[in-house]
Design a protein around this ligand. Structure first.
Ligand code: ARG
Length: 465
């Protein structure tokens, strides 16, 4: 076996098998083939325009690259591990297709700026696709919320019944979270959108290249300003993984709620057959596997962020082969997130609240105690702290009699606070409780409807743009 045809000039023999195995990235970085060819075409067009290669060579290279793309697309391309990575696999095939001119493509660049460019393009494309998916999930949530803006359910703190809320209100909380996720991705995209191509190995190049031109051709806002930083920076990947991790954490919390809500002891929500699985031994079971997997996949997404931070933290400038380890984590994390969002959107569109059970559950655990305290403040002008104390005693009385708050007699309530009147019962029902919470951002159905409509309008507007 001979030395590497791409860089083996000073080498006398081939790498050890284990060297090839640890060194090669083609097994995973072939995912970058589109971006690699896109980057090379922009580079060669610029080289020709600048008179660095002839128009004829540039044309041959560009057409050859198109052919390589077609072969990969069709599955006719043979990836070779001895050619290490996607960059050299493409270039080597190009040489077979067009001959010696292929060797001019790599003028004034290096694999270091090439891979940095490919990765930025890949992450940018992926983040754009994730944004559309997140918008779709927001839409599914807002539509469901509008349908169930006044379905009363228990609201929890510490996973203990706290105060009644509406199902719509709960779903709209996730619309807000996803809104922040989208803005984090957008923010990362803005900083990511600078082109490292032309930084070459680390120091720039003596050829009269036009970095503005390649940046523009590839849809970047501008070229990166420092060649060392250009080839050694992976902030764009870290920022995107960070946004992905926070988003995955949100989806995982929602997934956990779906698992809780669908358990028969809660039975607040039903998922259809489409998003549940059966048990091979217990015929009664309907398992929320999709939700469980969304919950679990947050692990590998957050793991990818941690992994890459650790890869990067000890690296002196500029490029080091360690950075090749950015890829699997990024590819896997962003692909996993995409799958999680799609599964969530499916579950949201599919889920049906058990409104009767929800309403009943909303009343248990003395969830309207705060409404009673507020009534004492409003009607009897009691300081809130005193009202809290009085309410606590009344709740204790109801608990002793194993009754809901609104089932307690007026006489019993008056035994704690004589000034309480019949009118108190008007605030003790769960429906009245949620209706009364009209403060901005509160759970009142009128608020929930307004918020859902506002988001749906905003999402429709985004779609038109
Ligand atoms: N496969 C490499 C990577 O992903 C490409 C860059 C290699 N550069 C080098 N000087 N060996 O990082």
């Amino acid at each position: 076996m001979s030395s590497n045809s791409m860089w083996g000039g000073r080498f006398q023999s081939a790498p050890a098998a284990i060297m090839e195995e640890i060194n090669a990235s083609i097994g995973f970085d072939k995912a970058l083939w589109r971006q690699d060819i896109q980057g090379s075409k922009a580079h060669v067009a610029m080289l020709a325009k600048q008179g660095i290669v002839t128009e004829a060579d540039a044309k041959a290279i560009s057409q050859g690259l198109d052919q390589v793309a077609q072969e990969i697309e069709k599955g006719d391309f043979t990836f070779s591990r001895s050619l290490e990575d996607i960059h050299m696999n493409v270039e080597s095939r190009l040489a077979k297709l067009i001959g010696a001119a292929a060797g001019r493509l790599h003028t004034a660049r290096s694999r270091n700026d090439q891979v940095a460019t490919d990765m930025r393009l890949y992450v940018r494309d992926t983040v754009d696709a994730l944004d559309l998916q997140l918008a779709d999930l927001q839409q599914a949530l807002a539509e469901k919320a509008l349908d169930h803006a006044d379905a009363v359910m228990p609201g929890f703190t510490h996973l203990q019944s706290a105060q009644p809320v509406t199902f719509g209100h709960h779903l709209m909380a996730y619309v807000e979270m996803l809104g922040r996720d989208r803005s984090r991705f957008k923010d990362a995209r803005r900083r990511m959108n600078e082109c490292p191509l032309g930084a070459a190995a680390l120091a720039g190049t003596s050829f009269p290249i036009d970095r503005e031109a390649t940046a523009k051709a590839l849809g970047f806002d501008r070229p990166t300003a420092n060649s060392l930083d250009s080839v050694s920076d992976r902030d764009f990947a870290l920022e995107s993984l960070s946004a992905a991790s926070i988003c995955a954490m949100h989806l995982s919390r929602f997934a956990e709620e779906i698992v809780i809500w669908t358990t028969p002891q809660f039975a607040l929500v039903n998922l259809s057959d489409a998003f549940t699985t059966g048990s091979s031994i217990m015929p009664q079971k309907r398992n929320p596997d999709a939700a469980e997997l969304v919950r679990a996949k947050s692990g590998r997404i957050i793991g990818a962020l941690t992994g890459l931070l650790i890869v990067m933290k000890g690296l002196p400038l500029s490029y080091a082969k360690d950075m090749q380890e950015d890829k699997e984590g990024v590819f896997d994390a962003l692909t996993s997130l995409s799958l999680c969002i799609a599964a969530m959107a499916g579950m949201v569109r599919d889920m049906q609240p058990n409104t009767q059970t929800m309403k009943k559950a909303a009343g248990t655990g003395y969830a309207t105690a705060t409404d009673l305290a507020d009534w004492l403040v409003r009607t009897l002008k009691m300081p809130f702290r005193d009202a809290h104390h009085v309410t606590g005693k009344i709740v204790g009385l109801a608990a002793a009699q194993k009754k809901d708050l609104e089932k307690l007699s007026l006489a019993d309530m008056q035994s704690v606070e004589p000034k309480i009147t019949e009118a108190v019962f008007e605030v003790l029902g769960v429906t009245k409780s949620v209706k009364s919470r009209t403060s901005y951002g509160g759970t009142a159905p009128t608020n929930v409807k307004a918020q859902a409509k506002r988001w749906l309008k905003q999402l429709a507007k985004e779609k038109q743009a």
